[in-house]
Design a protein. Structure first.
Ligand code: ATP
Length: 387
């Protein structure tokens, strides 16, 4: 498995062959680059130290790194930070390469999405936000430019420079609310160039934000995917802000009624009343085990000698293969994942998982053994692409 950022052996720009410029930010340039050892492609964000200091952006850069560190690799819907390094003039962030560019570009290209397509990406965004908020992070700048696509057309949310960290990962009560920090930075607050349309009313009226602020932005994005235009439009930022504060927007003729129902429940002035704003943890635990997004689950008979125990198997990002007592809903254990883990389908029902120390005999009573092996192979390819 790729080592966590801190543990990785020292890297430098010479480990990569830099290619074309993928894009430019206000204080960064992003290059397509190839790891010279593995030939794997990455997007490398290069920041000029002097520029960051001059523009007083160190805090934002540090925050982006911290958020990406917290997110790690457990949820596939975020750009992943593989390594960071620096030289005397630059900082380098080695990130997942989003091969298929920005959501905004796709909306512009297609005019608008079909309702099935909009539903699909709304669902991926909901999962991503559920994970993000579960980690105590609010994005605060969610917009179609910050939702990228990977090579398989799954979303990769990016740009965490404006994020707010409510708590650190393992110290639940240690609040690090950086609304206060941002309040001092009025210039940024009022210069949401290109983003004004996605700012929630509470961010405008009280400079306060919460996970519900991202749900507002999600409502705006769904509206845009379905109709092709943003809900709050105007000739100036001031006019846009007035419209947001007055909840002044309309649905074009033919706007899908189900999508309208959803958007209406997200674009609500009071953040607490937005759909999903008060969802509790049990809901989350169905899709995540120990913070890892579940990819596949099902009942499997786990054989040991003459006996077989029925277990709920959960293949998750991380990667992990957990098994749970399906009656007591208690986590019983996990098949230890390693680069050497291998699946083998014997027939539609029976399959084996080989690990260096044990061979697991598994039987899917529903006959989905081949699908299990395929899913395991896909997760392997994601985590061990060099193999
Ligand atoms: P600003 O800093 O002004 O808010 P930004 O956040 O877009 O701008 P960057 O994160 O440096 O700045 O990104 C610059 C551009 O590079 C983006 O617009 C995007 O098109 C492209 N880009 C960024 N990250 C990736 C990535 N992981 N894969 C592919 N392209 C990327």
């Amino acid at each position: 498995m790729t080592p966590p950022v801190e543990e990785a052996r020292r890297r430098s720009a010479s480990d990569y062959r830099f290619g074309k410029v993928l894009g430019e930010g206000s204080f960064s340039t992003v290059y397509l680059a190839k790891d010279i050892h593995t030939n794997k492609e990455y997007a490398i964000k290069v920041l000029e130290k002097a520029h960051i200091i001059r523009e007083k952006k160190s805090e934002y850069v540090m925050r982006e790194k911290e958020v990406l560190r917290i997110l790690g690799s457990s949820c596939p819907y975020f750009v992943r930070l593989y390594w960071t390094f620096q030289d005397s003039e630059h900082l380098y962030f080695v990130l997942t390469y989003a091969k298929n560019g920005e959501l905004l570009k796709q909306i512009d290209k297609c005019g608008c999405f079909t309702i099935e397509c909009a539903r699909y990406y709304a669902a991926e965004m909901v999962l991503a936000l559920e994970y993000l908020h579960g980690k105590g992070i609010v994005h605060r700048d969610l917009k179609p430019e910050n939702v990228l696509f990977d090579e398989n057309w799954h979303i990769l949310i990016t740009d965490f420079g404006s994020a707010k960290i409510l708590k650190t990962d393992n110290t639940e009560n240690q609040k690090c609310d950086n609304d206060a920090l941002d309040k001092g930075d009025k210039r940024r607050r009022t210069s949401f160039v290109g983003t004004a349309q996605f700012v929630s009313p509470e961010m405008l009226s009280e400079s306060s934000s919460s996970p519900a602020s991202d749900l507002w932005a999600l409502g705006c994005i769904i509206y845009q995917m379905v109709s092709g235009v943003m809900p709050f439009r105007g000739r100036s930022e001031f006019l846009i802000f007035q419209k947001i504060l007055n909840l002044e927007y309309e649905y074009p003729d033919g706007f899908d009624p189900q999508a309208k129902d959803l958007v209406q429940k997200l674009l609500v002035k009071n953040p607490i009343e937005r759909l999903g704003a008060t969802d509790e943890a049990p809901y989350t635990s169905i899709r995540f085990v120990e913070g890892n997004l579940i990819l596949k689950q099902g009942l499997i008979d786990k054989k040991k000698g003459l006996f077989a125990r029925r277990r709920m198997f959960l293949l998750t990002f991380g990667p992990h293969l957990y098994y749970v007592d399906p009656v007591a809903m208690v986590l019983k254990g996990e098949i230890p994942w390693s680069e050497d883990l291998r699946s083998e389908a014997k027939n539609f029902k029976t399959f084996f998982i080989h690990t260096p120390n044990r061979k697991y005999y598994l039987e899917d009573p529903e006959g989905y053994a081949l699908q299990w092996c395929k899913a395991i192979d896909e997760v392997k390819a994601y985590y061990h692409p060099e193999q």
